[in-house]
Each structure stands twice: as C-alpha cells, then as structure tokens.
Ligand binder design. Structure first.
Ligand code: L34
Length: 289
C-alpha cells in the first residue's frame, strides 16, 4: 500500500492564506497589527534557520516583527531586561525566545519572565497548566501543528490508539495532553514512550497514530509499526547526507496509511501555528473575539 504523504508545506500555505484574510480584516476593522518579537542568542545554525523562517512568515502575512539577535555571551540579566521591555511594548503581542539557550542561562527563569499573555510558544507554567486543564490560552506551536495536520488530512483521532515517542516539554508531553482532551481532533487513548520504556516496539506496533519526537534518526523502523498506521515524524536531524526525521521514511511508508515527510512535514506547521498564536494574541489584547 502506498501511503498518503501528509504535506505540511502545502497545508501550512493554506493556513497562511486564511491568516492573511484575518489580518487584513483586523487591520481594516480594528486598526490592529499583530506584532511578534523573536530573540535569538548565539550562533546555532539550525536556530538561525528557524528564526529566519519565522521572521519571513511575519513579513509575508503582514505581522509586525522585531528580531533581536544577541551574542552568545549575553548574561541572563541582559536577556531578562529585553523581555521586560517587550512585555510592556504595546506593539508586541508575542514574545519568542528561541531554544536551546546557552548553558549559562537558566531556561526556566527566562520562560517565567515572559508575560503569559504574550507567551505564543505556550511554554510558561501558567499556559502549560491551562493546557493540561483543557482551557488553553495558546496551544504550543509544534503540537498544534500536528493536531491541525491530522484534522486537515481527515484522520480520525476519536477513540484512536495514539502512541507518542518522546516526553519533551516542547512536543511529547503537550501533544499527549492535547490528544487526550475530550475535544474535536482529540479524544484518543494516549501512550507516551520514552528512553525508560522497556519494549518500545510492543507499544509502537499497537499505534493507529504514531507521533515520533525522539530526537534520534531512524528510531522507528518498518518492523515496529502495524499496517495502516498514520505516522507523524517530528524529528529534524541534520546528517551529512541531509535532513532526516526520526522515522525510516522509505520503509515505513510502505506499511503506513499516511506519513509526514522531513523536511516539509511538521516543520512548516510549527512556523504557521506561531503566526496563528500571534494573531490570536493580538485579538485577545484588543478584546476582539
Ligand atoms: N522557543 N524554540 C522555541 N519555540 C519553538 O517552536 C522552537 N522550535 C524547535 C526548536 N526551538 C524552539 C522550532 O521552531 C524546533 N523548531 C522548528 C521550526 C521550524 C522547522 C523545524 C523546527 C522547520 O521549518 N523545518 C523545515 C526544515 C528547515 C531546515 O532546512 O532545517 C522542515 O521542513 O521540516
């Protein structure tokens, strides 16, 4: 069976078109321009690519963007001062500090300093808590992108066996939480596997929907999935041979009903959901909708 390829690159374009209309209306009707600030510390090549893509998407959609590039030796206090200023800036509705941070900066301190109402990553403890309670202000970008891919590809999650591989705060924990809520595009039975899992394949073979954010190239091979599985590959591994996911795409696609590619799968969805959150934040700040 040839799998349907779930093209995040295409679906994200469709969402961008929807957002453009929404932004034009916000502009005309309410005189509101959504604004996003991105902060990048240091010279990590992958982070530069991702932040660059975020800035480009803002330009495309008519979102005001402020890009703050800081040297790797920036102190935590200096970074916190930037966040304080942006918290108070009424042109800015979203503040994103690109992770990972240099080791001398405490990630939790930085995330705690961001106004939860401008926390378009949804990493602040308040937003993490609200998500778990099923009452989110913002949905974290990558998990939201995954859910949107499933919905827009017509994949039924209601009652599905979902297996998540990876327990990160950015992907594994929040996507598991979102998919177990009693909501449309959710209501699944969710299992989370991680490095402490004893028999990974025993779990992954049961999955109707397999979401892989393991951070390890080809962690999932064809013998670990059942026929007709839907596979969402969140991995982005830069190898000498190029960019690969956490799933052995070529062999797994022969058994899967549907599968996301890397690149062009989840990555572009992360970017567009950040844009969506920024627009939503601008609306919340203006008291609209
Ligand atoms: N604060 N830090 C914060 N928020 C985030 O949401 C992120 N993340 C992750 C890393 N740190 C973060 C991202 O933006 C990962 N991530 C991300 C964003 C975009 C892409 C991949 C990861 C992406 O566009 N990937 C392309 C390939 C781009 C390339 O050539 O590398 C793709 O098609 O998958």
């Amino acid at each position: 069976m040839a799998a349907m390829i779930i093209k995040g690159s295409e679906i994200s374009k469709q969402i961008k078109e929807e957002l453009k209309l929404e932004i034009t209306e916000l502009n005309k009707k309410y005189n509101v321009i959504p604004g996003l600030a991105t902060i990048l510390i240091g010279e990590d090549e992958a982070s530069k690519v991702y932040v660059g893509a975020k800035e480009k998407a803002c330009k495309e959609l008519g979102i005001y963007s402020e890009r703050i590039d800081l040297p790797v030796n920036t102190t935590e206090a200096e970074l916190l001062a930037h966040i304080e200023r942006l918290n108070k800036d009424s042109k800015i509705h979203g503040i994103l500090v690109q992770l990972p941070l240099p080791k001398h900066i405490n990630e939790a301190n930085v995330i705690d300093a961001i106004d939860p109402k401008k926390d378009v990553d949804a990493f602040h403890p308040i937003n993490v808590g609200k998500l778990m309670l099923g009452k989110p202000n913002f949905l974290p970008c990558t998990p939201h992108g995954i859910q949107e891919l499933l919905i827009r590809s017509g994949i039924e999650t209601d009652g599905a066996e979902v297996v998540v591989v990876g327990r990160s705060n950015i992907v594994g924990k929040p996507i598991a939480n979102m998919l177990l809520q009693k909501n449309k595009g959710a209501n699944a039975t969710v299992t989370i596997c991680h490095t402490g899992t004893k028999d990974l394949a025993a779990h992954t073979k049961r999955a109707d929907i397999l979401i892989v954010a393991a951070g390890r190239p080809k962690a999932i091979t064809a013998d670990m999935v059942k026929d007709g599985v839907v596979v969402i590959d969140v991995g982005v591994n830069r190898l000498e041979t190029g960019l690969v996911g956490d799933v052995d795409f070529e062999t797994v696609k022969e058994k899967a009903k549907a599968i996301t590619p890397v690149p062009g799968g989840v990555g572009p969805m992360t970017i567009v959901m950040l844009m969506k959150n920024t627009v939503q934040s601008a609306k919340m700040h203006a008291g609209i909708g």
